[in-house]
Design a protein around this ligand. Structure first.
Ligand code: SAM
Length: 400
């Protein structure tokens, strides 16, 4: 059995070394992450195995469901009201309309999870996590994940048994299809008028999801955007499947001097849902990426966590629809995607892989998976850029 007698003093020594590095340069994201990983290893070594599995059953599911109910009561916003003043459960009951005894039980539990602070008997205040929970994008992320995936999680064992434990790769027969009793693909389902709240939650979720720096804050921009065309109508970058445009808008704000058109291409339902006040520097155009790319000779065709939603065959279709539009020696496809390490993959890469499997019958990929996929349509993976502090890399792809 691995790690039966962890060497606590070696783990403490490791924390001391990594701690010195992280505190000597507080803006070094990799040093902070290395220290956090060492601290987690120490916690894992000290946590009795029984408690680890008990928490999975007795705590983790209720953390999610209680938080989801709290959102319906606007409980985190209410806690933050009046300048974060501590509030009794009776006061919160008046503010939310929920039973004060129910609130007391929910908040005691959320305090034990570290999500709120318990300031007195039946009295609570917000903390730093409450403030994050109350933001629009985290609210959207939780509503999107819970409402989509709680039914999927509940029915997954039945789905897996029915499909004889095959690796899910059929986009039209996913655990999502089974749980929600629909033949629509997730993105088709999301486009239905009755799911407008979920579409908004999904867009908020997408805006939240990049942990750490964005790729364009990490990579060598002049190298990637080399030899830019000075033609009047040249296209600098198209963000394909860019949700509400948060990436391409941030890119424009970061590099306003780069010449050329910036275009957001999304499903008609997503484009129609965008606010009327939208940055004029970014064109927003409905486009189905499973059809031929209409904008020829762009410098960059950019897709951020789009291919991870699809099994290999669909990814090949998406890439094949870009190839005829690309100009040899000039155009690039940039994929901003998780690159799963061959060993020792962390919680983000592996957790999102489970999400992709269960929602889309899709997957996260290792570097060799990406290379095989890209080369299978005759393209060439010229470089994989690491992005500081992020599990997402940037795959630079050119015509072979
Ligand atoms: C996981 S989200 C990624 C969004 C965004 N790129 C980001 O990283 O925040 C995948 C996006 O692909 C879009 N999408 C799905 N099918 C599409 C299609 N056929 N054509 C264009 N976009 C599509 C969805 O609407 C969704 O916004």
């Amino acid at each position: 059995m691995a790690n039966e007698n962890p060497d606590i003093s070696a783990l403490l020594k490791d924390i001391e070394v990594k701690g010195a590095s992280a505190t000597s340069n507080t803006s070094d994201e990799n040093a902070r992450k290395a220290l956090l990983e060492s601290a987690r290893s120490l916690v894992a070594a000290l946590d009795p195995p029984f408690e680890v599995v008990a928490k999975m059953n007795w705590v983790d599911p209720y953390k999610w469901s209680t938080t989801r109910v709290a959102y319906d009561l606007n409980l985190f916003d209410k806690l933050l009201a009046d300048n974060n003043a501590p509030k009794s459960c009776e006061k919160l009951s008046e503010m939310t309309g929920a039973d004060s005894k129910l609130l007391s039980r929910m908040l005691k539990f959320l305090a034990s999870c570290g999500f709120v602070a318990e300031t007195n008997v039946n009295e609570f205040a917000p903390n730093a996590i409450t403030a994050v929970l109350a933001t629009r994008i985290v609210t959207g992320m939780t509503k999107n994940c819970y409402d989509t995936l709680a039914p999927v999680i509940a029915t997954l064992p039945e789905f897996m048994s029915n499909t004889k434990y095959a690796n899910p790769t059929d986009k039209n027969n996913s655990p999502f299809n089974f749980a929600h009793k629909t033949s629509q693909h997730y993105f088709e389902w999301l486009a239905q008028p009755e799911n407008a709240d979920q579409l908004q939650a999904m867009k908020d979720h997408m805006e939240f999801k990049t942990l750490g720096k964005k790729w364009f804050q990490s990579v060598d921009i002049p190298v990637i955007f080399n030899n830019l065309s000075s033609e009047k109508d040249a296209t600098l970058m198209i963000d394909i499947g860019g949700s509400a445009g948060h990436d391409i808008i941030d890119f424009q704000k970061t590099f306003p001097e780069l010449p050329g058109r910036l275009i957001l291409q999304e499903l008609p339902s997503v484009i129609a849902s965008l606010p009327s006040i939208f940055p004029t520097q970014v064109e927003k155009v409905p486009h189905d990426m499973f059809t031929s790319q209409p904008v020829k000779g762009a410098k960059v065709y950019y897709l951020h966590m789009v291919l991870h939603d699809w099994p290999d065959e669909s990814c090949r279709n998406i890439l094949k629809n870009l190839i005829p539009a690309m100009k040899k020696g000039y155009s690039k496809i940039l994929l901003n995607e998780i690159v799963v390490p061959d060993t020792g993959a962390g919680w983000f890469a592996t957790g999102v892989d489970m999400l992709m499997m269960q929602c889309h019958a899709a997957q996260e990929r290792t570097e060799s998976d990406w290379r095989a996929l890209v080369e299978s349509v005759g393209l060439s993976l010229s470089k994989v850029w690491e992005c500081e502090g992020s599990a997402e890399g940037l795959l630079e792809i050119e015509l072979a």
